[in-house]
Design a protein around this ligand. Structure first.
Ligand code: SAH
Ligand code: SF4
Ligand code: F3S
Length: 429
């Protein structure tokens, strides 16, 4: 294949976005450039997400749109990567024979040989080498970077497809993680986000997640350390102290609650009660001043009665998250929740979602308003015209009407709060 241009569309979470950076890394090393229009590409890649039906549908409609391009240009290679690829494998090829290759998340390295041509078309076998893979990465940003620390997931939450798409949990050697971050620091990166479906269960010999944070905290040049996602059941006191003691670890945690009712949490196989979750919120807030806490909520899980749903609303009122992502339960093939009795109608799910979002919007707005007049340390991540944007340590986006160098850390006075962002002014020293 002599192609030189690649179009890639990414769906889903940060793990997928980071996998896209790897695929682009491999292709760039082979001389490819990225293009914004599928028509101009020699290779089209869809890096897909299967978490909810809607994500899958979005991919399928994008796929449908490129079919005609392939008809006009039979040399074009269409590759489906990511979680839908892993789950559906051959089924996808049967449905859309114009797809050339199917590559699961464990097999990204195969892209390299696909460019030279391959007779095999489906690459979805479990690959334990994924944790050791040395794959070039074309980073999307120049100030902040994602770093994988753990792959897969063993938790089997009843609604979730990830254990089937990303395989068993495997931790990456700490030494490789540290080397990667040291290199990032040399390249001028300031902010690293450690990635995994459940970073709290990271383990490499004696090095657990708090110990890893301590090691990363030592790396000169890196100013901020973040991580996603934490499973509440594995959030330990030790981790909270490590967060407090490591000055580079930011005052933010994403801690998905999912539901406020113990009955529903149990059906979801989340392995904590609401009280246990709440206790951890208290530990966090007692130990780390001004910590920002965000969460995920699912509404309309099977057997969720009005009184269960009320408990979710009450939880939001009691906890006062800084922000949430909320979703309608979406039955996924192969997951145990799909087989439960008592599925909830679309109409009720939609109403519950609206209610949750309305309540949280009020809370988020109130919390942001409280920041007006305060001074925040902001890392500048982006510039557009005369505007610069960055984030506070608590992960809130701030827009500033000044042109500030990328990567600088500046004191910003918050002058106006919006629901999903803040406006600030540079404090001249
Ligand atoms: N590993 C992370 C993220 C998993 S996916 C974690 O454990 O938190 C991100 C979010 O998508 C989940 O937290 C959950 O709220 C939501 N989600 C997952 N499966 C879903 C489904 N079948 N229907 C609706 N929301 C879902
Ligand atoms: Fe899915 Fe649960 Fe694993 Fe998160 S912890 S990826 S929600 S199975
Ligand atoms: Fe991420 Fe979606 Fe897969 S959320 S792990 S890309 S199913």
């Amino acid at each position: 294949m002599k192609g030189r241009a690649v179009y890639i569309k990414t769906f889903g979470c940060q793990m997928n976005e980071h996998d896209t950076e790897r695929m682009l890394g491999i292709l760039e090393a082979k001389g490819f450039i990225e293009v914004e229009e599928p028509r101009k590409a020699d290779i089209i890649i869809f890096n897909t997400c299967a978490i909810r039906q809607k994500a899958e549908q979005k991919f399928l409609s994008s796929l449908g749109r490129v079919k005609y391009i392939k008809k006009r240009n039979p040399q074009l290679k269409i590759i489906v990567a990511g979680c839908v690829a892993q789950l559906q494998g051959e089924k996808l090829l049967n449905k859309a024979p114009y797809i050339d290759y199917i590559i699961g998340p464990d097999n990204i390295h195969i892209l390299e040989s696909i460019i030279e041509d391959q007779s095999e078309r489906i690459f979805i076998h479990e690959n334990s080498n994924v944790v050791n893979a040395k794959i070039p990465i074309k980073r999307k940003h120049s100030v902040k970077a994602w770093v994988n620390i753990i792959y897969g997931c063993n938790n089997y939450c009843a609604y979730c497809v990830v254990p089937y798409t990303r395989g068993r949990e495997r931790s990456r050697p700490a030494e490789d993680i540290i080397k990667e971050i040291e290199l990032l620091s040399e390249l001028g990166f300031k902010d690293v986000t450690l990635l995994g479906q459940n970073v709290n269960s990271y383990k490499d010999g004696d090095i657990d997640f708090p110990a890893l944070l301590e090691k990363v905290n030592e790396i000169k040049g890196i100013e901020r350390i973040r991580f996603v996602t934490s499973h509440p059941k594995d959030l330990s006191r030790r981790l909270i102290y490590a967060m407090k003691n490591c000055e580079k670890v930011c005052e933010h945690i994403h801690l998905p609650l999912q539901a406020g009712s113990d009955k529903i949490l149990k059906l979801m196989n989340r392995k904590y009660t609401y009280e246990e979750y709440l206790e951890k919120i208290h530990w966090l807030r007692e130990t780390i001043q001004n910590i920002s806490i965000t969460s995920d909520i699912i509404v309309g899980f099977p057997q969720e009665e009005n009184e269960d749903f009320e408990k979710t609303l009450n939880a939001l009122k009691e906890i006062q998250f800084d922000g949430i992502f909320a979703f309608k339960f979406s039955p996924r093939p192969g997951t145990s929740a799909t087989r439960l009795d008592g599925h909830i109608s679309e109409e009720i799910k939609a109403n519950r979602l609206t209610e949750v979002l309305r309540l949280q919007d009020e809370i988020t707005e109130r919390k942001n308003k409280a920041l007006e007049g305060t001074i925040q340390e902001v890392l500048i991540e982006d510039r557009e015209g005369e505007y610069s944007t960055g984030r506070t340590r608590t992960n809130k986006i701030v827009k500033i009407a000044s042109d500030i160098a990328l990567g600088s850390i500046v004191d910003i006075k918050i002058v106006k709060a919006h629901r999903h962002s803040l406006e600030g002014e540079l404090i001249q020293k």
